[in-house]
Design a protein around this ligand. Sequence first.
Ligand code: FES
Ligand SMILES: [Fe+2]
Length: 331
Amino acid sequence: MSSAAQMLTPRRSLAPLKEGEDGLFTQSWFAVCLSTDVESGGFAGFDFLGGRVIVMRDSDGRASVLSAYCPHLGADLCGGEMVDGALRCPFHHWRYGPDGKCVSTGSGDPIPPTAKLFRFPTVEKYGFVFAFNGTEPSFELPDLPRAPEGLVWKVGEWNIRMPVDPWVICCNTPDMQHINVVHGITFDREPHDLVQWTDHSMLYTLQGANREGLRLEFEVGIFGTSLYWQHGELGGRWFGFVAPMGLPRPGESRLFFAVAVEDDPADPDGTRAFLDAMYDLEVHIATEDLPIVEHARFRPGTLTKSDRSLARFLQYLREFPRDHPSATFIS
Ligand code: FES
Ligand SMILES: [Fe+2]
């Protein structure tokens, strides 16, 4: 083949599958809402995986993520109301409990055995309600290495939706070139050899300095295809940061932020100021990424030596299990 012909040969796509391709989504934990979005004994509807779910909270405060369409004739249960601890469909008043099972039909007819909503494995953590895309979780969400009772949190959702799948945002974490040139972090040594891989996570120690010359030492990582996790010290003070992502539909991410700092009862104003500063820092970092991510056509092509952790992460993504057991319930 001549060199000119070689130059015109289309490159093999190295991109991981897109979320929703072939009707499948990665089997990861996705944030569905803030914990504060649903009060005890209440419910609220959210877009998820290209469909619709409800988050219901029982009177004990336990959250359940359920498919939103009534198995009777498909009404959206978001238009219903809670009656005696069960969600009543607006159309014919069938009622559903937090486990998704129908507890009564409006007419008194016997309950058909198939009158069930899909109940996602549900966890509440860091101030968010998470649903796992699957019938059984294949991994757990990580804790921060500090006693929870000693922490204060600031939690929120970014008011901007990213026009990409969550895994594209996650690709920033193993992307050492990006961390250096966009976020201004100079590594002591590129940490490719330090990355610890499992089939559902990657973690490494980021050591270096920021643009202001401040020393950084953070543990950073990705869990599943939809959670950034970090902790370490800045200016001699510890903080933890978790950025869960939501997947309302293919090609769109919701981005949530949760910052934790250690409570100092002797200095509540200082604790609050540090918490606010770390939260603002993380929002600022996301803001640095926004104009790039918004306009990119993310397609891994010609990678170099500095991309070797990114290349491994792309392989991790390609091998990540995919499924969509709720497909016929939420759509
Ligand atoms: S559609 Fe819900 S009860 Fe009939
Ligand atoms: Fe980034």
